[in-house]
Ligand binder design. Structure first.
Ligand code: CS2
Length: 488
């Protein structure tokens, strides 16, 4: 757990002890999660061991965060919501933010500056535009299509990294290391595959150079960070006297595990509590399947049963029992590693999800289901089937996602589905009203369900049976039948 310092009430921001530090990182995606996680660790690392590692933020779409954070000199508050009370920490690790939508040249200048030795990313799963079955880019992804047509003026992640690397190669500047911090399995491998594929399309020699010279370590990131609300800003105002438009709130727990592969240097992150490892996969699998998988289950359960927050779901004993069952089943799909105790991890997760001070909306986690299901629920389900183990919990979670999108479409609220495949979901579900038809329509969405999983009749039966009961009797009855072992 990270230590936090309290702010005293004052008119200005506390002195910036990092103002004499130079920039070394460009971070793409300056959302709440980055501000509550990587920026905090990087600040701690610089305070402990020095180094010119301040962060230039790039906001791919919104201009607001650039306007707001730059006015504050890059400083903002992180409110840590402890069950026993709030704490507040000021972060100065970000020196400025560039809004890519209005200043693409400044983004490329920052990326090409020799001082930039690392590019970190939290852009959410959908922004990459990488097909994770084929590990190639998706040419009809809007940003990729744009950047393929005009590669020297890129707007998307793959285009920006590739163009910046091209310019660095041509200027004989060492490349930066790319550190993906999104919740994807082997996220460095995925990002590398996307960049390589994009580069191959525009310049095969460049692809060869990237292959030889650019490093893409993987990382596992973890800190529950709900979207900021009026309550976040009010808490900061009360605790510090500041009006902070960039304040974020988060939980006390924080974890970052990174593959130690930074040939051009890195902050002393290990001095800030980051675990630097040779192989991040065991940590990543555990987190994606046990934390994020349960989170998605909780989110769809909450949305169907009318629970606004994760903590509301976790206040119900039956829901907790189903979450525990899910974690135990997910743990069985993981390779045991000496330093990881899955039972302890489960207990800690339950306590984190129950934290009454964290208002994490189930609606927020329910977003982008088609981007999240594969690594959180479908991959472990496939592994379970290959071990002939019980797939019930994965089938139940997937059936809840199906029931959730179906309910929105069937009640004329399809527009509330927040998902890159929203249009395809709406058109697939329109006019479908029974479980088998809904299942068939959704598993046919492109590049979502693993054909190996779909080929198993037991999987199809298990999902359809649960979906049917949810539609007929409601999710709580289904959950009770599930706990009583009454669904085949
Ligand atoms: C959540 C994650 O929104 C979601 O899908 O599951 O953002 C989760 O809160 C983080 O991964 C926790 O580290």
């Amino acid at each position: 757990m990270m230590t936090v310092s309290s702010l005293t009430q004052q008119d200005g921001w506390p002195e910036n002890s990092l103002s004499n530090r130079g920039n070394g990182i460009v971070h793409i995606g300056v959302g709440a999660f980055h501000r509550a996680h990587q920026a905090v660790y990087t600040q701690q690392a610089m305070l402990a061991a020095g180094g010119d590692w301040r962060i230039i933020g790039v906001s791919p779409r919104s201009t607001d965060i650039a306007d707001q954070l730059n006015v504050q000199g890059g400083a903002y508050c992180v409110v840590v919501r402890n069950p026993v009370g709030d704490e507040c920490q000021t972060v100065h690790a970000i020196s400025r933010v560039i809004a890519a939508a209005r200043d693409g040249d400044a983004v490329l200048s920052a990326l090409c500056d020799p001082a930039t030795r690392i590019v970190t990313l939290t852009v959410t799963e959908k922004a990459y535009g990488i097909n994770r079955h084929t590990m190639t880019m998706t040419p009809d992804h809007a940003a990729i299509a744009h950047d393929l047509a005009d590669p020297h003026h890129p707007t998307g992640v793959l285009g920006l990294l590739t163009e910046a690397l091209r310019r660095r190669r041509d200027a004989d500047v060492a490349p930066f290391t790319c550190l993906c911090c999104d919740n994807l399995p082997e996220n460095g491998v995925v990002l590398r595959a996307g960049v390589m594929d994009f580069a191959r399309h525009i310049d095969p020699d460049l692809a060869g150079w990237i292959d030889q010279n650019v490093h893409f370590p993987s990382s596992m990131v973890d800190r529950i960070t709900p979207a900021s609300t009026a309550d976040t800003y009010e808490t900061v105002r009360t605790m510090t006297g500041h009006d902070d438009a960039c304040a974020v709130e988060t939980e006390p727990f924080s974890q970052w595990v990174i593959e130690d592969d930074f040939p051009t240097g890195r902050p002393a992150w290990e001095q800030a509590g980051v675990l630097m490892v040779d192989d991040v996969r065991p940590f990543e699998h555990m987190k994606l399947r046990m934390l994020n998988g349960s989170h998605s289950l909780i989110a769809y359960l909450g949305q169907l049963a009318g629970f606004k927050y994760v903590r509301d779901v976790m206040a119900d004993d039956d829901c907790v029992a189903i979450v525990r069952r899910h974690m135990a089943a997910a743990a069985k799909t993981l390779t045991p590693v000496a330093e990881l105790d899955f039972a302890v991890y489960s207990d800690d997760l339950i306590a984190r999800f129950k934290n009454p001070a964290i208002a994490h909306e189930t609606r927020q986690i329910a977003m982008d289901g088609t981007e999240k299901l594969p690594q959180r629920l479908l991959a472990p389900a496939r592994d379970v089937l290959s071990q002939s183990d019980d797939i019930a919990t994965f089938a139940f979670a997937v059936a809840m996602w199906m029931a959730y999108v179906h309910k929105l479409v069937a009640t004329g609220r399809g527009d509330e589905i927040s998902d890159p495949k929203k249009d395809a979901i709406i058109s697939a579900l329109t006019g479908k009203d029974n479980a088998a038809a809904i299942y068939a329509a959704l598993v046919a969405l492109p590049a979502l369900f693993d054909p190996q999983l779909l080929a198993v009749p037991q999987w199809q039966q298990a999902v359809i049976a649960r979906l049917h009961i949810i539609i007929e009797d409601g999710v709580i009855s289904t959950l009770q039948a599930e706990l009583a072992g009454k669904i085949a």
